[in-house]
Design a protein. Structure first.
Length: 542
């Protein structure tokens, strides 16, 4: 009763805000209107709740929305999963024609061109206030589908345009004031795409996914499109397409960019560079957008995954000193049956510094998902290339509950991590991250083999490389079994580190969730198990 009383005591203005959020999530207002007379009255009196019109609903619902939304701008959604013409659809579009000038957003998604043709009368009407347009035909009868737009959308200047699955020859005018463009799963020539970008000088956001047919790359030699207002660019294409579009499109220094590559492992030779598709950047700044993104980067996050008999991936994210993302590179490699094994994770680590500015990277984070090892040499080579790292985070998917001595003696990447940080293991102190102050480990083993840790920290203190904080995090498991934290030596009490922190944390905690690895998705060893203790407080000793 108290909860109901609280809800009923809310003023109409607050309830209207709640209902708008409900409507923005794609729900209709029927459920809210059935609660009580007061809620129904509030819904009917707020025209903003009726501005999204779906043509999938009953025909009588459309005129109701048009009436209740008053003269506010409206958004129209038309989606059909069948290929036959429906008289009801034609009738619905006819009802919208007198209100065409109010349409601010239009989304047409149909199974074939036949049902999409129903929208033609509306597209040829007075859509002078149209700002957002989405067009998609999932299964066109012709490849590519050519939609007979004719004089449709004449004089229209949209802010957002999304074209998917099939190409629609819009008038050039539609691109003049375009700010956001999404093209996906098309079959366009490279010249066509450059032409679209050239006609869209105001673009701020660009997203391209599987668009190019790779037929005419040579025909655009020397052509460069400059997008001076671009703030964000995301591309998911094959290697050659990625390289060509980065070579032919220039954007401002502060543009945040995201590039995704998918390739078969059979195409990678034993010495190939995983990031070879990135255009060369020289000191003259021939590619200023890429150059500045690397220069501004002070934190690098490297996520590595290896799915047995399926695929592996490497994702690199660069951030500025304020935490702002300035670039993201993602490469996913599929295994070809019968091809020789290639250690992608190790190679991704070793080749990472080649595309960065090593002397600007201060914060390094590596998340290792899968079964591939990271060796002592891998760690040492990485540390040599990034000598100014002061904070290192490593998350792994290691065995946490060994059932026998054999399992407790298993070697893990964190073992070699401590060895690589130990002065006695190398003659060059630059390999040791001498400025390292904070080391954070998620779900890493060792299980009482504290000699590796103690030797490392003791030698680092002797050389003046004392760690300020060593943080050990373990994931909580909700299975109900009870266990304790893996044992660690009291390195804080012995003065080998200023603070030793140990916690069991939840994967749902937003502070740590980015480091979580779901073991069910990566073919784990059967002994792998997360902990079930409640979240513990930070400790400074045993």
């Amino acid at each position: 009763m108290t909860a109901l009383a609280t809800i009923h005591s809310l003023p109409p203005e607050i309830l209207s805000q709640i209902f708008r959020r409900h409507r923005e999530a794609g729900h209709n207002m029927s459920s809210a209107m059935l609660v009580c007379c007061r809620w129904r009255q509030i819904c009917l009196q707020d025209p903003r709740l009726w501005t999204r019109i779906s043509l999938q609903t009953q025909p009588e619902y459309v005129p109701l929305c048009l009436e209740r939304s008053k003269d506010l701008p409206i958004s129209v959604v038309y989606q059909r999963d069948w290929s036959t013409l429906a008289e009801a659809d034609e009738e619905l579009f006819q009802k919208l024609l007198p209100h065409a000038r109010r349409i601010e957003g239009l989304s047409v998604a149909s199974r074939t061109e036949i049902s999409a043709l129903q929208s033609l009368p509306l597209l040829r009407s007075n859509l002078s206030n149209l700002k957002h347009l989405t067009f998609c035909v999932y299964l066109p009868h012709v490849d590519p589908a050519v939609f007979p737009l004719g004089d449709a959308l004449s004089g229209v200047h949209v802010d957002y345009l999304h074209i998917s699955r099939s190409w629609f020859p819009f008038s050039h005018e539609i691109y003049n004031g375009l700010r956001e463009l999404e093209l996906d799963y098309l079959d366009l020539s490279f010249g066509d795409v450059l032409g679209i970008l050239e006609r869209s000088p105001q673009l701020e956001t660009l997203k391209i996914i599987d668009v190019f047919d790779d037929s005419d790359f040579d025909s655009v030699v020397g052509k460069v499109v400059v997008l001076n207002h671009l703030r964000s660019i995301e591309i998911e294409e094959a290697e050659y397409s990625l390289r060509r579009i980065l070579f032919h499109v220039q954007f401002p220094n502060n543009t945040a960019w995201k590039m995704n590559l998918a390739v078969s492992l059979g195409r990678i030779s034993g010495v190939a560079h995983l990031w070879r598709w990135i255009p060369d950047v020289d000191v003259t700044g021939s590619k200023p957008g890429l150059l500045d993104a690397f220069d501004r980067c002070t934190k690098v996050e490297l996520k590595l995954g290896h799915h047995l008999h399926e695929e592996c991936h490497a994702e690199v994210t660069g951030r500025t000193a304020t935490g702002e993302q300035c670039f993201q590179l993602s490469a996913r490699y599929k295994f070809d049956h019968g091809e020789p094994y290639i250690p992608i994770i190790s190679r991704a680590m070793l080749q990472l510094p080649a595309m960065l500015r090593p002397h600007s990277i201060q914060n390094l984070c590596i998340v290792r998902a899968g079964i591939e090892d990271i060796t002592f040499t891998d760690w040492q080579t990485l540390f040599e290339a990034l000598p100014l790292v002061s904070q290192l985070t490593f998350a792994s998917m290691d065995l946490l509950l060994p059932k026998s001595d054999e399992h407790s003696l298993r070697k893990y990447p964190v073992d070699d991590l401590f060895l690589a940080l130990t002065p006695g293991r190398t003659s060059d102190l630059n390999f040791l991250l001498p400025g390292l102050k904070v080391l954070r480990l998620f779900n890493c083993g060792l299980y009482g083999r504290g000699d590796v840790v103690v030797d490392c920290l003791w030698e680092r203190r002797q050389f003046g490389f004392l760690l300020e904080r060593l943080s050990l995090y373990y994931w909580r498991d909700d299975s109900g079994s009870s266990t304790s934290l893996p044992r660690w030596p009291d390195v804080a009490g012995d003065g080998l580190v200023q603070v030793l922190e140990r916690q069991i944390v939840s994967p749902t905690d937003s502070t740590y969730s980015q480091f979580y690895i779901d073991p069910t998705c990566h073919h784990p060893l059967p002994e792998l198990k997360y902990l079930s203790d409640p979240i513990s407080l930070a400790l400074t000793s045993e």
